[in-house]
Write a protein that binds this ligand. Structure first.
Ligand SMILES: [Zn+2]
Length: 71
């Protein structure tokens, strides 16, 4: 419990140092683990864009519609 350096969380987007987060269970870090809303948006865009892809597992589409399929 002596070395604090090197354990500082950093924003994965801009790689900037995160502001000191209050360890209050009620509040909590707003944009954690990102530093700001801007970086959070970028992160979210990455997720919705290219970063996140569902592979092989459809959300709610089972091939269990053998009956009632009138085409
Ligand atoms: Zn950032």
């Amino acid at each position: 419990m002596a070395t604090r350096a090197g354990r500082q969380p950093r924003c994965p987007i801009c790689r900037g140092k995160l502001p000191e987060q209050e360890e209050s269970p009620e509040r909590g870090p707003k944009f954690a683990p990102l530093c700001s809303l801007r970086c959070k948006r970028i992160d979210l865009a990455t997720w919705l864009g290219e970063g996140y892809r569902i592979s092989g597992e459809p959300a709610e589409q089972n091939d269990d519609d053998q009956s009632g399929d009138e085409r």
